[in-house]
Write a protein that binds this ligand. Structure first.
Ligand SMILES: NC(=O)c1ccc[n+]([C@@H]2O[C@H](COP(=O)([O-])OP(=O)(O)OC[C@H]3O[C@@H](n4cnc5c(N)ncnc54)[C@H](OP(=O)(O)O)[C@@H]3O)[C@@H](O)[C@H]2O)c1
Length: 334
């Protein structure tokens, strides 16, 4: 049945620092009419991603900023309620850039059908979705990971980090996580199977890395940047690789972001640091998804989502990413 109204979260103004309630305009709106080649989708789960903070800034990036007044951009999954294209039928489940709203009405182009019987829907936003693909291609293609190497992952209890560590463990690595707080560190070791986890909020990360990786770090998967990146550079092994996946410690103050002071250790150790954007691997997603699904079904991969409810809670729930309030993939159910 077609939806009666649409609850939306639109960008009201560009934030300075951490976004707050004044960043957003939340309203109930009429559902627009379906045009040609359109679909109407009930949005079931919305992906909340650190990258969203970057999309609020004006200026050039790998993707254009969200315009003021526009529905906030977000990946999401949901069920097709109405369709004017042969590509999708009512009852199909889809993934795509559906936005932070309860009902998407618009182009069907760019949406992908998903099979809701293969896995729980939130998995398609986590390990089977963009964060899982980031972990998979970041570790293999950018990190040039070889079985059995020593791997260190920051943001280890999060969507990307928890998957990176599990893949490396599956392939015989020694894997050290870095996360904030004793509870998260326990989850990293006990739930996700890492060998150890450093609590960067209470421990000296550099000292702990030296103790836990006496032969140095072969692959450092960086989700956070800042001082933790410096500590990893200081402990990189000969010909080690650093995957620059993200730098969440600086997202709310991009102008104040500082580079690693000790980057010349890359020269000394003939090491390499390389950035990645997951969308470069889109043509190979299906292969990686099949692999992830296989590991999940064999009980070798735990996908964890942190599901919160209520579209109106979006401003607070989004900020959990920056205060460390989430464990696993952060998802909002409108
Ligand atoms: N390059 C790409 O294509 C791509 C694609 C997807 C994601 N990413 C990046 O990957 C990273 C992880 O994303 P995700 O979706 O998996 O998020 P996530 O790890 O699930 O959530 C973010 C986590 O970052 C940690 N954090 C926040 N502020 C921090 C700080 N100042 N210092 C250290 N840690 C901090 C918090 O965990 P603690 O409690 O442990 O502090 C928080 O829970 C982000 O940098 C994101 O931008 C990149």
């Amino acid at each position: 049945m077609a939806a009666a109204f649409n609850s939306t979260v639109r960008l009201a103004q560009r934030p300075t620092g951490l976004p707050d309630a004044s960043t957003w305009a939340i309203a109930d709106e009429a559902v627009p009419a379906l045009g040609a080649h359109d679909v109407q989708v009930r949005v079931d789960y919305i992906s909340l991603d650190p990258a969203m903070r970057g999309w609020l800034n004006e200026g050039k990036s790998y993707i254009p900023p969200v315009e003021i007044g526009a529905v906030m951009r977000a990946g999401a999954v949901g069920e097709v309620l109405a369709s004017s294209t042969a590509a999708f039928s009512v009852g199909d489940f889809v993934y795509g850039s559906l936005g932070v709203q309860s009902v998407y009405t618009g182009a069907a182009k760019g949406l992908t059908k998903i099979d809701p019987t293969a896995a729980p829907l939130p998995n398609f936003l986590g390990g089977l979705g963009m964060p899982g693909m980031t972990a998979y291609f970041g570790l293999h293609n950018v990190g040039q990971y070889k079985d059995g190497e020593t791997v260190v992952v920051s943001g280890a209890a999060g969507a990307v980090g928890s998957v990176v560590g599990q893949i490396a463990k599956l392939k015989g690595s020694r894997v050290i996580g870095i996360a904030g707080g004793p509870e998260k560190c326990r989850a990293v070791v006990e739930n996700f199977g890492f060998d150890a986890c450093i609590d960067y909020k209470s421990e000296n990360v550099g000292k702990q890395l030296r103790a836990l990786c006496p032969k140095g770090i072969d692959v450092y998967f960086d989700n956070v940047g800042g001082e933790i990146l410096e500590a990893a550079i200081a402990n990189i092994a000969l010909r080690g690789r650093i995957v620059i996946c993200g730098a969440i410690s600086g997202y709310n103050d991009m102008a104040g972001m500082k580079g690693p002071r000790n980057y010349l250790n890359l020269l000394v150790m003939r090491a390499r640091m390389e950035g990645m954007v997951v969308f470069d691997y889109v043509e190979d997603y299906a292969t990686a998804q099949a692999q992830m699904l296989g590991w999940m079904q064999a009980g070798k991969m735990k996908l964890t989502e942190d599901v919160r409810s209520g579209l109106r809670n979006f401003p607070d729930v989004l900020n959990l990413l920056f205060t460390g309030g989430n464990t696993g993939k952060l998802v909002l159910k409108p």
